[in-house]
Design a protein around this ligand. Structure first.
Ligand SMILES: N[C@@H](CCC(=O)N[C@@H](CS)C(=O)NCC(=O)O)C(=O)O
Length: 195
C-alpha cells in the first residue's frame, strides 16, 4: 500500500495524479512541509514523500519515475532511445519551468523576509515565456510530449502550467494551451485534485 504525504497544492499533486493514472490505491496524508509527519520521513521537511509500505521515497520526479517503471505504464522502458528522449523532456521541464517557478516562490514566501528580492520575478517571468516557446517546439504535433503516449514529463508540464497560473506567470496560447487543457481534463487529474 502507498501513502502519499503532502498537500494537493504542492508538488505532491504530481504523485497523486500518477497514482490515479496507474489505478493504484493509496492513502493520502495532506501534511504541511516541515511538519512532524513530514520530517519523520524526510529530514529536509519537503513534500512530497511517498511511503511504499514503510519505505519513504522523496523528490517528485524520482517518485514518478519509480512508479512508472514499477507499474510499467506512463513511461518508455529504461535503456531505450525513447526513454532517453522522455528523460530529456523531464530534465528540460525541471530546469526551465519548475526551477523558475520555485525561485519565484522562494522570493515570495519561503525565504526569510529580509532575503526576498521581489524584483527577481520580472526576469523569471521573461525566462518562463521563452521556456514556453521551447516547450511548444518540444510538443510538436503532440498530443503528448512523447507523441501518442502520455508519460512522466506530461505530468510535470501540466503541474507547472497550473502552478504558473497561481504564480501569475505568463500563460500559453494555441497548441500549448490546448495541451494543458487536454491534460487537465483527464479523469485521473480531476480525481487527484479532489484529494
Ligand atoms: N525537488 C523536490 C522539491 C520538493 C519541494 O521543494 N517541495 C516544496 C513543496 S512543493 C516544499 O516542501 N517546500 C518546503 C521547504 O522548502 O521548506 C521535488 O520535486 O519533490
Amino acid at each position: 500500500m502507498y501513502t502519499v504525504i503532502g498537500g494537493v497544492r504542492s508538488r505532491t499533486f504530481r504523485v497523486l495524479w500518477m497514482l490515479e493514472e496507474l489505478g493504484q490505491p493509496y492513502e493520502h496524508l495532506p501534511a504541511a512541509p516541515r511538519s512532524d509527519d513530514v520530517v519523520a520521513h524526510n529530514p529536509s521537511g519537503k513534500v512530497p514523500v511517498l511511503l511504499d509500505g514503510q519505505i519513504p521515497l522523496t523528490d517528485s520526479t524520482a517518485i514518478l519515475t519509480y512508479l512508472a517503471d514499477k507499474h510499467g505504464a506512463m513511461t518508455f522502458p529504461a535503456g531505450t532511445i525513447d526513454r532517453a528522449r522522455q528523460d530529456g523532456h523531464t530534465q528540460f521541464l525541471l530546469d526551465e519551468l519548475d526551477a523558475l517557478l520555485w525561485t519565484a516562490s522562494r522570493h515570495s514566501f519561503i525565504l526569510p523576509e529580509e532575503l526576498r528580492v521581489s524584483a527577481v520575478k520580472d526576469s523569471l517571468k521573461w525566462e518562463y515565456e521563452r521556456s514556453l516557446e521551447r516547450l511548444e517546439w518540444r510538443l510538436g504535433k503532440g498530443p503528448y510530449l512523447m507523441g501518442e503516449t502520455m508519460t512522466v514529463p506530461d505530468i510535470i508540464a501540466a503541474h507547472c502550467g497550473g502552478w504558473a497560473v497561481v504564480a501569475k506567470f505568463p500563460q500559453p496560447n494555441g497548441a500549448l494551451k490546448d495541451y494543458f487543457e487536454r491534460l487537465r481534463s483527464r479523469e485521473a487529474y480531476q480525481r487527484a485534485q479532489a484529494a
